[in-house]
Design a protein around this ligand. Structure first.
Ligand SMILES: [Zn+2]
Length: 866
């Protein structure tokens, strides 16, 4: 006999125990599953410097749902977890920590000590985060867990760099880059945030040589003028045609610079003439290259004016700006200032203003002669080698690749792997090991964190030698937040194709961002975030899992709030209570895997199993299309609205424990990927004798083929509809629920009604039913027609006819008056002309609704009028 189910499901007492059961079984490790079919999802590594937040929790939920589904489908399933060292971000976090706690900077520690401390910090955080990740129920193989700085993982990533160097895909060069003065490092284009702010546009007059005229340029950054090497106009701009080729004197610096023509200059911006500072603006840098202009660096890495900035040397950028404007004003060269919205660049990590600077950095040439990273990636997307969910992200990705510039991969921070490049005098050696002989010094740069994480799908699998590569690469799916589309997803495709000649994953699935109830982004400053661990504590992991995926779609933002989670806790409880009913239904109740034809006793049995078959087919189709939100919703509706609301009620009248046990077994299996804890707990209680686990059960297949019988073809639904109609009549005429009804049914299939008579009578609370071939309408009865059936409900003895007539008459009058008033409103020209469109539409809708209601009311009145 099975164990009893406690009255109330307690996730707090259950989840830890169930997770331990799974973990101890060893089946998170695919090596224990013998199958030719495999499934692999390399999990995105969260940054090893924080804790589990809602984004991780919901992402893990999606990954785990697909993973559990694959495992139940009999696949050798690997969900490989890991952590990212997260270069700049961790450096910023740790620098703040030592500043707050010990009032020191990284320089006080020195490079080696700092690195070791951050490494230990990350290891600590990783242990802590792992414990949190388990709480969400992720069925990952912890024995394979990786860290981006694990020697084996890192070596593979560095080998890629060496190969790229040999293939001519990386170079060290002077280019304009985004420099964060606070982090004191270069940043790639996508690590910079563009922020629209209220600023000023300054109009400065540059005197034209040998003339009393000026050319006025407009700029948002007057301090950079110290480094100007030209003034540029658009060649099509008629206003400046005869100025092209002339010389102007750069104010304050007294340097002579030319007026040049370049098609990149926007005619509409400011005066149409702009200053060109190749050393401090990316577009100017490009123009400077095209025109052979010199680059004069007047701002340094600390955002201060250099010795080339004349008397402003040593001033901060902002000080210099003030002083320059003052000085220009004094000599009458500041024409005017205008308010203007400007596009400010700030550091993604620390929000400091970016200084574009020319500096020597390592770059990846994304479109090299020998191999074009971007063209290879484009091809894989265009030819559908990687399927993208949602599909519209494909276009965005293609556009991004098409406009991709060289990728700056060196950072001047300490936290991260150093470049495997060694220098001795003029010589350079690129290789994993330090060259033999004395005097070799290693490059001090560290890698952009995305350089290592973009290789995650194959470094984690031990490419190329380890067995896992052969078994699991290319992986099946990558699931990641839409905010990482460019940072990570796009780069993984490029790096995977280059290094392994294969796509890193066959499917790329994006999750959206989670917002609060009002649709706002969750943030610390707003204080509207939800702590997933607190929610698990309060409502259980299953409720959090369901609430974070139902009503979502790939790539689209969704809303999550406490009441939503609570409502799914109620569903989890419902599932528990249904199971409890089943368990108590008889001593011999058991979950049943299979059915035989003779297990079907009544039409309702066939009906519920048919519906279950439909659900299984639909769920499979939805899983194939990666529509797990819809799948979860369908399973939930079947469980609650079909199984619990109908079949369980029917079972109370005509017991068939075999069907009950069969359907519950399938519900548990279908639900398991979504709500693994509660379903496993129920399954364990039902299988206390053997050591089976729901996690390893076979995914349900449909019963039809095995039991061979015809399907009920919706026949039984006629009975259910009759019951619904009768319940409806009860509510219309406000019939006391204790009163039993009498009715006459006209149907050509009397036998079928008779077969279901007891169920029908009990669920509809009907006393006498006469089933006839042809009926005559009795007095005071409600007539209902549906599916070729006519039904008369006798009302004479159950309601006070006169009183009910009076009530209905009143309601009819009210409706007619209301209809009248709307009609008048809509005929009023003044109202039509003045009222907003949506109000007019609302009135029109009201009109239609009221008219329908009036029609019904009249019908009800008619029923009892004679
Ligand atoms: Zn920064």
């Amino acid at each position: 006999m099975m164990k009893e189910l406690p009255k109330i499901y307690d996730p707090q007492k259950t989840e830890g125990r169930i997770y331990e059961l799974w973990e101890k079984s060893g089946f998170f490790n695919p090596d224990k599953i013998s199958s030719q079919k495999t499934y692999c999802n390399i999990l995105p590594p969260p940054n090893a410097n924080g804790e589990l937040h809602l984004g991780h929790a919901s992402g893990y939920t999606v990954m785990d749902i697909f993973g559990r589904y694959a495992r139940m489908k009999g696949k050798k399933t690997l969900l490989l977890p890991g952590k990212d060292h997260a270069g700049i971000q961790t450096q910023v976090v740790y620098e703040k920590k030592i500043k707050d706690e010990r009032n020191i900077t990284c320089n006080d520690l020195g490079r080696e000590k700092f690195y070791q401390e951050v490494f230990d910090f990350c290891r600590d955080r990783s242990n802590y985060m792992r414990a949190q990740e388990k709480k969400i129920g992720i069925s990952a193989d912890w024995s394979r867990e990786k860290f981006t700085l694990d020697p084996k993982v890192l070596k593979i990533a560095l080998e890629t760099f060496v190969k790229m160097y040999e293939d001519g895909l990386v170079y060290k060069g002077n280019r304009i880059i985004n420099w964060c003065p606070r982090c004191a490092t270069a940043l790639s284009d996508i690590e910079v945030i563009h922020k629209e702010i209220e600023g000023k546009l300054f109009f400065i007059k540059y005197p034209i040589k040998n003339s009393k005229e000026y050319v006025t340029v407009a700029t948002t950054r007057p301090e950079t003028m110290l480094g100007d090497t030209a003034v540029a106009v658009n060649p099509k701009d008629e206003r400046y045609k005869n100025l092209i080729g002339k010389i102007v004197t750069l104010p304050l610096q007294n340097r002579e610079i030319p007026i040049i023509a370049d098609r990149h200059v926007e005619i509409q911006f400011g005066t149409g003439a702009v200053k060109i500072t190749p050393a401090h603006d990316p577009l100017d840098w490009q123009i400077g290259k095209d025109h052979g202009l010199s680059e004069i660096q007047v701002i340094n890495g600390k955002a201060e004016i250099t010795n080339l900035g004349g008397k402003y040397q040593g001033q901060s950028v902002l000080e210099a700006r003030e002083n320059i404007l003052k000085d220009l004003s004094k000599i009458g060269l500041l024409e005017k200032e205008e308010k203007s919205s400007i596009n400010k660049l700030i550091c993604e990590r620390c929000k400091t203003a970016i200084e574009p600077l020319i500096s020597e950095q390592w770059f990846i040439n994304v479109d090299a002669k020998k191999y074009s990273l971007k063209k290879a990636a484009l091809k894989s997307i265009q030819t559908g080698k990687i399927k993208i969910y949602p599909e519209n992200f494909k276009k965005i990705l293609i556009h991004w690749y098409e406009n991709l510039n060289d990728w700056c991969i060196s950072r001047q921070i300490w936290w991260g792997p150093r470049f495997p490049a060694w220098y001795k005098n003029e010589k350079i050696h690129v290789g994993i090991e330090k060259p033999k002989g004395k005097g070799w010094i290693q490059d001090t740069n560290t890698f952009d964190t995305w350089f290592t994480s973009s290789q995650w799908p194959y470094t984690t699998l031990g490419y190329p030698k380890e067995k896992d590569t052969k078994t699991f690469y290319p992986t099946d799916i990558m699931i990641t937040g839409r905010d990482l589309l460019f940072f990570w997803a796009a780069r993984m495709i490029m790096m995977g194709l280059y290094r392994t000649k294969k796509v890193p994953f066959k499917n790329l699935y994006f999750t959206g961002l989670i917002r609060d109830k009002e649709g706002n982004k969750m943030s610390k400053s707003r204080g509207n975030g939800i702590d997933p661990l607190a929610m698990i504590e309060k409502f259980g992991a299953d409720a959090l899992r369901l609430s974070s995926i139902i009503d979502t779609a790939p790539g689209q933002d969704s809303r999550l709030y406490e009441q939503k989670i609570e409502s799914f806790r109620n569903y989890v409880n419902k599932l528990w209570n249904i199971s409890r009913y089943c368990f108590f239904s008889s001593d011999k109740f058991s979950l049943r895997e299979k059915l035989a034809s003779h297990d079907f006793k009544i039409p309702a049995d066939r009906w519920i199993v048919d519906n279950l078959d439909k659900l299984i087919q639909e769920t499979n189709r939805l899983f194939d299309n990666k529509q797990i939100s819809l799948a979860a919703d369908k399973i939930k509706k079947f469980t609650w609205n079909i199984f619990a609301d109908w079949y369980v009620e029917i079972h109370k009248i005509e017991k068939n424990d075999k069907i009950l046990g069969y359907v519950l077994d399938k519900i548990l299996k279908l639900s398991h990927p979504f709500t693994p804890f509660v379903t496993e707990e129920i399954f364990q209680l039902a299988n206390s004798k053997n050591k089976k686990m729901l996690m390893l059960s076979h995914w349900p297949s449909i019963s039809k083929n095995k039991t061979g019988k015809n399907v009920s073809e919706g026949k039984f639904e006629t009975i259910l509809e009759a019951i619904i109609q009768i319940r409806n009549i009860r509510s219309i005429y406000k019939i006391d629920s204790k009163k039993k009804l009498n009715l006459t049914i006209q149907s050509q299939d009397q036998a079928f009604f008779n077969e279901n008579r007891s169920i029908f009578q009990k669920l509809a609370r009907v006393d006498n039913v006469s089933i006839v071939k042809k009926i005559k309408r009795p007095r005071n009865s409600a007539e209902i027609s549906f599916r070729g059936i006519k039904m008369h409900i006798h009302l004479e003895n159950v309601i006070d006819v006169a009183k009910e007539q009076e009530r209905l008459q009143k309601e009819i009058l009210n409706a007619e008056n209301y209809l009248d008033s709307i009609e008048k409103k809509l005929a009023n020209k003044e109202f039509i002309n003045r009222a907003p469109q949506e109000i007019i539409q609302r009135e029109k809708n009201n009109f239609i609704k009221t008219k329908e209601k009036l029609c019904e009311l009249k019908n009800y009145f008619e029923n009892i009028a004679s």
